[in-house]
Design a protein around this ligand. Structure first.
Ligand code: TGC
Ligand code: FAD
Length: 393
């Protein structure tokens, strides 16, 4: 932001007492990294619609890529709460920065770790973990967004290679990616994952321009024109839609935590502004209508924190269901968007400027509400879980 980052955390229900030493150390390290490295530059990058690619290596150094993946494969070897709280701190800086970490750790390293061969793990994970390689995840297509099971990308066998055709749309980091985890159908129509490298002939990744949201994150397409991919690059450990959806569960979990960070930043800014800004001879924080906004904001943030924390304990025990993750992603992202909108009102006209982080967070959260499953898709997942009736089919 143009002004200095004066963020102060607000822990209304003393949730820090639920965290252990490792969580607090990770949280504080990422928080101060964001204050020093992200806050001073992020408004400028967002305004220029440019991605701060120089942060990739630094994100690797602070352990933002795969915090809960095993250390043997370049992950942080920490638990799911540590992973969540790191995402919270990154998104306090910017949703696009958290996206960098989500995609690299949960959508690229995780499938290679979980579904890859040992050879694939050893070849790709150290370079991804160190930030030497940037990865991207290709599931969405121009005509298949919420319904990825109907994807058109397909491949056929050709000796020890497969020939891949089709395209992917809205792919975070694709124009700068060294490797892409791509999901496509085989000749039997079964979805499989494979690892593409940027130099493979017939493979291109044009950038998508003109986004008013997530402007400090780079987004593109993936285009496959008879790309010859070695069979050795196919992920052997999974087939079917549950492969990519399992990765999404991991990333959606991180977003459930991440969105809280954006909300905390907006609330903190609004609280401070309400105490400093005077109208009618007194701080606007003294007016009941401002207090209603602030009280509701901190109430909703606290509820979201409790939801994320409990989800984290379930995830640590291997018990967090996809539907529970959907509920938290859906609730916490809308909560953050509504907090951003209220914070914008409290800042009055100043709320639309880059002196404050509010509009940037608000615009970012419009994407977060849509990617990794839209708000309504997550509602239908909850609906299916509680009724046993599938509204998709
Ligand atoms: P359905 O028949 O329900 O399921 C197919 C198979 O998948 C299993 N499954 C899951 N497994 C793990 N985790 C989950 N979350 C799972 N959800 C379902 C399911 O049990 C089944 O397994 P099996 O063994 O019986 O085959 O599939 P469907 O075709 O009816 O679709 C269901 C639906 C609509 C919920 C799903 O397709 C969906 O979630 N759609 C939303 C698509 C989406 O989220 N796309 C995100 C793209 S990636 C992205 O946005 C990255 S943003 C990156 C950044 O942060 O910058
Ligand atoms: P659609 O699926 O066309 O949905 C349009 C509307 O219809 C939505 O409101 C939706 O809720 C509604 N709708 C659809 N089906 C139903 C239904 N059954 N019932 C009720 N309503 C329904 N994808 C990747 O694979 N990798 C990435 O890295 C990635 N990064 C992204 C980055 C950005 C900036 C953005 C914007 C998107 C990204 N995505 C990525 C894609 C994202 O996951 C999709 O945009 C999202 O899943 C929705 O798909 P869609 O945009 O095609 O919308």
């Amino acid at each position: 932001m143009s002004g200095s980052d004066r963020f102060q955390s607000h822990d209304y229900y003393l949730l820090d007492e639920l965290l252990d030493e490792e969580h607090l150390i990770a949280r504080d390290a990422v928080r101060s990294w964001v204050t020093q490295e992200v806050s001073p530059i992020i408004e400028d990058f967002a305004e220029r619609h440019a991605c701060p690619t120089h942060l990739f290596k630094a994100l690797a150094e602070i352990g933002a890529f795969g915090p809960s993946l095993p250390a043997k494969y370049g992950g942080g070897g920490m638990d799911e709460i540590a992973y969540g709280i790191i995402m919270q701190e990154l998104e306090r800086g910017d949703s696009g920065i958290r996206s960098m970490a989500s995609v690299q750790g949960s959508l690229v390293m995780y499938p290679i770790y979980r579904f890859g061969s040992e050879e694939q793990r050893l070849k790709y994970l150290p370079k991804l973990a160190s930030g030497e390689f940037v990865g991207c995840f290709g599931l969405t297509e121009p005509d298949q967004g919420s319904d990825p099971g109907g994807m058109h990308a397909h491949f056929r066998e050709d000796g020890d290679h497969v020939i891949l055709n089709g395209s992917k749309m809205w792919i975070t980091n694709s124009p700068i990616a060294d490797v892409a985890v791509v999901w496509a159908k085989n000749e039997e129509g079964v979805i499989q994952g494979m690892i593409l490298e940027k130099d493979m002939p017939g493979f291109s990744a044009p950038e998508i321009h003109g986004k008013w949201s997530l402007r400090a994150s780079i987004t593109g397409e993936l285009v496959f024109e008879d790309v010859r991919v070695p069979k050795a690059n196919i992920l052997p450990g999974v087939s079917g839609l549950k492969g990519p959806l399992s990765c999404l569960s991991k990333a959606r979990y991180g977003i459930a935590w991440g969105a809280i960070g954006a909300a905390m930043d907006c609330y903190d800014s609004a609280l401070r502004y309400s105490l400093e800004r005077e109208q009618f001879g007194r701080p606007i924080g003294g007016f009941q209508l401002t207090q209603k906004k602030l009280a509701e904001m901190i109430t909703e943030i606290t509820k979201a924190q409790l939801l994320a924390w409990r989800l984290g304990t379930l995830a640590n025990d291997g018990k967090a269901s996809p539907a529970q993750i959907s509920m938290a992603k859906r609730n916490n992202v809308l909560m953050a968007l509504e907090v951003a909108r209220e914070a914008r009102q409290i800042h009055g006209g100043m709320g639309i400027t880059n002196e404050y982080p509010i509009m940037r967070h608000m615009m970012n959260l419009e994407t977060v509400l849509t990617y990794e499953g839209t708000h309504d898709i997550h509602l239908l997942i909850t609906g299916m879980d509680v009724t046993g009736l599938n509204a998709f089919k």
